[in-house]
Design a protein around this ligand. Structure first.
Ligand SMILES: Cc1ncc(COP(=O)(O)O)c(C=O)c1O
Length: 462
């Protein structure tokens, strides 16, 4: 496709697109969306697509929610901007902090607001450092993340991320960030290793890493309950239970990145509840406002708060915060979003729809191109492989995943291709059962067409 519409031409001349092959894009041009309603978005030609990725894992309430539009407009008229610096405050931020404290699955003393998942995770790193200085243990600063983790793109967050594309030639990671093994049984378990044994080994390897580095130098371990951008990787049974034991043993704080899994995605309010662990602190974003405006938050426990209090008393101020921390329009919108989740019992509804979603997802494992289908709740992925018995991947340059995504778009479905030819699916929580079926029907047709192309091009040959 060459960019033909006026908008497409203007785009190519003016925009740098995140996560896009900038060279290939000059020929392909963008898919320009114009409006949305329910689980559908429409391009500038009026063609409808099922938004099978909730945008970027965020529009849990789907598109065109009037209540959200109204609450934002009302707040815009009343007080469009106010900040939280220098002891200033406003209603919406206070109310949102109260709601999050009530909802949080861990004892939470205070909430710190930011605008993105990356900022939340950068804040986590800074809080861990600041807190350990306050506690008189200035050596305890290293953070352990995991291979294939995704925690964002700012300098600390991109360092936590365990994907080469986010680090290569950006001169990352920064020192003091380590990556433990990825809990993907299909790819990384040894021959004959059960899920439990794999989890035991990963926890033992984490303990070895902490011992090697010196427990007095390791501040925190950060994890997504289900890894998102790394390929929708569901941890093996008992993984978090075992990893949490290791963290406790070495006094390593657990940071829970709920940026995707929070707010019902796994069929529970928070992802840590579905995957069985109790973190010390949580990063929230995305579905906090159903993606309608940027808003993110970090939960702070009472012991952590006491340490911040001591350190800021010593220095004279807590020197961290963003102009838009707790932005009143975004905060009012988040409060309304949480109210709708509760009123419509959307987390329970997600849990009820999950078996149908997972059954349709798992059925795709039979497809000739699919090595593994995996997921939990209303999130999942299929991994495309050249050879199922050996799990051999396609050559990177064949771009089989991106082709499948393009063909899905032709079928009227938006999904996303992640590293290693995994195709992710993460529809709005409000998706109806019949729409789940329609989503997978369209994906199935796209896979059949991808297979035809793969065979024509002989891409399965080693
Ligand atoms: C688990 C996780 N953490 C952090 C981020 C970064 O969020 P943002 O893109 O808002 O900076 C993302 C984004 O997809 C994410 O999936």
């Amino acid at each position: 496709m060459t960019p033909v519409s006026n908008l497409a031409v203007r785009d190519v001349e003016t925009l740098i697109h995140p996560y896009t092959d900038l060279a290939a894009f000059r020929a392909s041009g963008p898919l320009v969306l114009e409006r949305g309603k329910g689980v559908f978005v429409y391009d500038t030609n009026g063609k409808p697509y099922i938004e099978g990725m909730s945008g970027l894992w965020c529009t849990a309430l789907g598109y065109g929610n009037e209540e959200l539009a109204e609450v934002a407009a009302a707040q815009m008229r009343k007080l469009p901007f106010a900040h939280l610096f220098s002891a200033k405050s406003h209603d919406p931020a206070i109310e949102l902090a109260e709601r999050l404290k009530e909802m949080a699955p861990v004892p939470t003393s205070k909430v710190f607001f930011c605008n993105s998942g990356s900022e939340a995770n950068d804040t986590q790193v800074k809080l861990a450092w600041y807190m350990n200085n306050a506690l008189g243990r200035p050596q305890k600063k290293k953070i352990i993340s995991r291979m294939k983790a995704y925690h964002g793109v700012t300098i600390a967050a991109a360092s936590l991320t365990g994907l080469p594309v986010n680090q290569r030639d950006f001169d990352l990671p920064i020192p003091g960030i380590l990556h433990a093994g990825c809990p993907h049984h299909y790819r990384f378990a040894r021959a004959g290793e059960s899920e439990e044994d794999f989890a035991t080994r990963l926890a033992a390897e984490l303990a070895e890493m902490i011992e090697r580095e010196g427990p007095q130098t390791v501040a925190a371990f950060i994890a997504e309950p289900v890894m998102g951008a790394g390929g929708v990787i569901v941890p093996p049974k008992s993984y978090f239970e075992k990893v949490a034991q290791v963290c406790r043993r070495y006094d390593v704080a657990m940071i829970d990145d709920e940026v995707i899994c929070g707010f019902g995605r796994l069929g529970t309010a928070f992802g840590c509840q579905a995957t069985g662990f109790v973190p010390d602190t949580i990063s929230l974003a995305k579905a906090l406002t159903s993606g309608y405006l940027p808003m993110a938050a970090v939960t702070v426990s009472e012991p952590m708060y006491q340490a911040l209090l001591d350190e800021s008393r010593k220095i004279g101020a807590f020197g961290h915060g963003f102009t838009y921390s707790g932005h009143p329009v975004a905060a009012a919108l988040a409060v309304k979003t949480l109210e709708i989740y509760a009123r419509e019992r959307l987390f329970e509804a997600a849990a009820q729809k999950a078996p149908r979603f997972q059954a349709r997802l798992n059925a795709l494992a039979q497809h000739a191109l699919v090595g593994e289908a995996r997921g939990l709740g209303l999130i999942g992925a299929i991994e495309l492989v050249a050879d199922k018995p050996t799990k051999r991947s396609f050559a990177l340059k064949s771009a089989v995943g991106p082709r499948a995504v393009r063909l899905a778009e032709e079928e009227g479905l938006i999904v996303r291709s992640l590293a290693g030819d995994s195709i992710s699916i993460c529809p709005p929580l409000v998706i109806a059962p019949a729409e789940i079926d329609e989503l997978f029907d369209r994906l199935g047709r796209a896979l059949d067409r991808t297979l035809d192309w793969v065979r024509r091009e002989r891409l399965q040959e080693a």
